[in-house]
Ligand binder design. Structure first.
Ligand code: ATP
Ligand code: MG
Length: 208
């Protein structure tokens, strides 16, 4: 079958399509070649990000942070075959939610970011577009810029990105970010230090 028929989404870096794997319907995230990059650099970058994403999805899952199951990985094509997580993106759910629901969702986001960080991992592109709400849990996707054995600075960047995401996409729901940060700091022993780092990063950005 022509694979392009099933393309659900075409982003800047990747294309998402539906396919079947061992008789099961799955999502395929395919990193498309970029003509402006040297071909050998291009494939090495695409396969590197694909491998990082597969590893982090798997490791986060082992730590109890919901992420899609990875079924297969094709480094030559820079493709990740994974479970499709049904449900709205946190971004869309937050836009539609009332204050109580915003609080509930944000507590869960704070709890899951704390859990990820407590195992030394970062997400790297932590926005509400990269979270899906499914069965009352927050699932993380798009981990290709994440890190393992992360530094306080990298964790600070995660929290800084998340705050910026609220400022741009949910500026009328900033209390949601406050709930999230409070939960995060309560759940993670170094949480307060990470939030201080995030503030420092924000100020650095403002004055440089
Ligand atoms: N496993 C999944 N289950 C359900 N939806 C998914 C899954 N993976 C990706 N998506 C959907 O596809 C979109 C793009 O995926 P992803 O964030 O991984 O790629 P991206 O490179 O960031 O693309 P973009 O730049 O367009 O956000 C997500 O925002 C989400 O809506
Ligand atoms: Mg994304």
């Amino acid at each position: 079958m022509n694979a392009s028929v099933n393309v659900l989404r075409r982003g800047a870096e990747a294309e998402i399509r539906r396919d079947t794997f061992l008789g099961r319907s799955v999502l395929v995230k395919s990193r498309v070649p970029k003509p402006y990059r040297h071909p050998s650099l291009d494939i090495s970058l695409r396969s590197h990000r694909t491998r990082t994403e597969a590893r982090l999805l798997q490791e986060a899952r082992e730590c109890g942070v919901p992420t899609p199951i990875v079924y297969d990985i094709d480094l030559a094509k820079a493709e990740l075959w994974m479970q499709e997580v049904p449900g709205p993106r946190a971004k869309d759910a937050l836009e539609a939610a009332g204050p109580e629901e915003v609080r509930t969702i944000c507590q869960e986001i704070g709890r899951m970011v704390a859990r990820l960080h407590s195992h030394g991992m970062t997400h790297g592109d932590l926005t509400t577009s990269n979270m899906i709400l499914h069965e009352g849990r927050v699932w993380f996707i798009d981990l290709s810029l994440g890190a393992k054995a992360a530094s306080l600075e990298e964790m600070g960047v995660d929290m800084h990105l998340l705050r910026e995401a609220f400022q741009s996409a949910h500026s009328d729901r900033m209390y949601g970010y406050d709930v999230l940060a409070e939960t995060y700091a309560r759940e993670l022993p170094i949480g307060a230090a990470v939030l201080a780092k995030a503030k420092e990063i924000e100020e650095r950005g403002r004055y440089t």
